[in-house]
Design a protein around this ligand. Structure first.
Ligand SMILES: Nc1ncnc2c1ncn2[C@@H]1O[C@H](COP(=O)(O)OP(=O)(O)OP(=O)(O)O)[C@@H](O)[C@H]1O
Ligand SMILES: [Mg+2]
Length: 336
């Protein structure tokens, strides 16, 4: 039984989850993020507010453990799959360093690098490559997170970029179903990751998500943000609602998002010639957007399904129904 719990601080809501064994949720909860940001590099007053919100959520949800696994927003880290000639571990360390030097805009002593080998052909005949998933976190960023946890009275067990936890949280759902494109639409960012079970092929993050939609509605109809949020939740991007007015307001953003999805599809088919993406697995609060599935099916030609991270895990019906928002928190709680 993991002694730690998962904490996913999203820009609109904080999620917490602790497992008991593999099949039971011991504690779970969600609360509004009072500062509306997830980068944690905050002025003192806001930081205090967020610390209090996290503490209250821990208490309310009944988590007793102090040990936490926390996710860092994908937008603050550099992660990519490197394809390298087959080599030994020590050689790999310097090859990765060299490769990252070319792409990461930070001096080598200001980043922390971690990696996992995701595919290593047994022996090299010809020019087979090994695939390594590499993550570089600026030291400044991880320090901010560790300091935040200290303020909250928590012990960091591990801090990881959210793509990893997202893929892990949904691995029970995606297993045995070919290649899936997980699309996590939150408030600030849409995270995309192409997976086959737990293997990650590629990821992509774009700042086109729920909050941008709400702002567009607010501007188009000259209404306050909270009312625009309400409109979005009631009418979604369903063309048949209010004469298609909300759909028309949001279709530009949808199209831009589809362009990004197609980039991912092209990238994938260029690197994995004998595989194809079978479906989009929708998660995050944006998955609740009415009509979104239909728009994605129409514009991408892929199957689109709602992700269910809980699958065979026992959890209260209410939480199961909002499973899409807990995918990352569950992945954090499951552990490596
Ligand atoms: N019923 C609904 N219809 C449309 N959108 C919804 C609905 N419910 C929630 N949302 C949207 O989902 C978003 C919040 O989702 P989520 O909790 O996954 O985000 P987050 O994790 O806080 O954000 P991020 O990951 O971008 O930092 C908000 O923009 C909210 O408007
Ligand atoms: Mg999120």
């Amino acid at each position: 039984m993991p002694a730690y719990f998962g904490l996913d601080i999203g820009s609109s809501s904080i999620k917490i989850l602790k497992l008991k064994g593999n099949k039971n949720v011991e504690a779970v909860g969600m609360a509004v993020n009072p500062v509306g940001r997830s980068d944690l590099d905050l002025p003192v007053e806001q930081k205090t507010k967020l610390v209090e919100a996290v503490k209250a959520l821990i208490k309310e949800s009944g988590v007793k453990s102090r040990n936490v696994v926390l996710s860092i927003p994908e937008s603050l880290v550099f992660s990519r799959i490197l394809k390298l000639p087959i080599m030994s571990t020590p050689e790999l360390a310097s090859a990765i360093k060299w490769e990252l030097d070319q792409v990461v805009p930070f001096p080598p002593d200001e980043i922390e690098i971690s990696w996992v080998v995701i595919d290593k052909p047994k022996k090299s005949i010809g020019n087979e490559k090994m695939k390594v998933f590499v993550v570089a976190v600026p030291k400044k960023v991880s320090e901010v997170y560790v300091r935040f946890l200290t303020l909250t009275g928590l012990e960091p067990e591990r801090i990881e970029n959210e793509i990893l936890s997202l893929a892990r949280g949904l691995s029970g759902f995606t297993v045995g179903k070919g290649v899936s494109l997980i699309l996590d639409m939150g408030a600030s960012f849409t995270k995309m990751v192409v997976v086959e079970k737990e293997q990650i092929y590629l990821s992509h993050v774009v700042p086109l998500a729920g909050m941008a939609m709400t702002r567009m509605i607010s501007e188009a109809f000259k209404i306050p943000i909270n009312q625009a949020e309400e409109y979005k939740r009631v009418y979604g991007v369903d063309k048949s609602q209010v004469e298609g007015k909300i759909y028309n307001t949001l279709v530009g953003l949808m199209d831009s998002l589809v362009v990004e999805i197609k980039k991912v599809m092209v990238n994938f088919s260029n690197t994995e010639k004998d595989k194809r993406i079978e479906r989009i697995v929708l998660v995050g609060g944006g998955a609740f957007l009415k009509g979104f599935t239909g728009v994605l099916v129409e514009k991408t030609g892929l199957d689109v399904v709602m992700g269910d991270p809980f699958g065979t895990i026992e959890v209260a019906e209410k939480i199961k129904a909002s499973g899409v928002v807990f995918a990352t928190a569950l992945g954090l709680a499951i552990g490596e």
